[in-house]
Design a protein. Structure first.
Length: 88
């Protein structure tokens, strides 16, 4: 919702952190929100040249998002418009 209301021409980056993997099998509102976010992030790339970053932790019970980002953000991933950044 926040990204949909951004009017600033000075927006320079979008970072998603922490990123929790959303199962492909989710339905209803969660799936719709995930798809809306994916489309909105692609739109920001094309309108503002903003390449989103997904920050992630590995280990200590966290699922490795490199395995689930393609299914969570399919259009963004398919177009190669997302950077995965490991949190040290």
């Amino acid at each position: 919702m926040t990204l949909q209301t951004v009017k600033s021409k000075n927006l320079q980056s979008i970072t998603i952190s922490p990123f929790y993997c959303v199962p492909v099998t989710v339905g209803g509102a969660i799936l719709q929100e995930r798809n809306d976010l994916d489309r909105l992030l692609v739109q920001f790339w094309f309108t503002h040249s903003i390449r989103p970053q997904v920050m992630y932790l590995v280990g200590n019970g966290w699922e490795d998002p490199r395995d689930c980002v393609p299914s969570s953000l399919p259009e963004l991933t398919r177009k190669g418009l997302v950077d995965l950044v490991k949190i040290p």
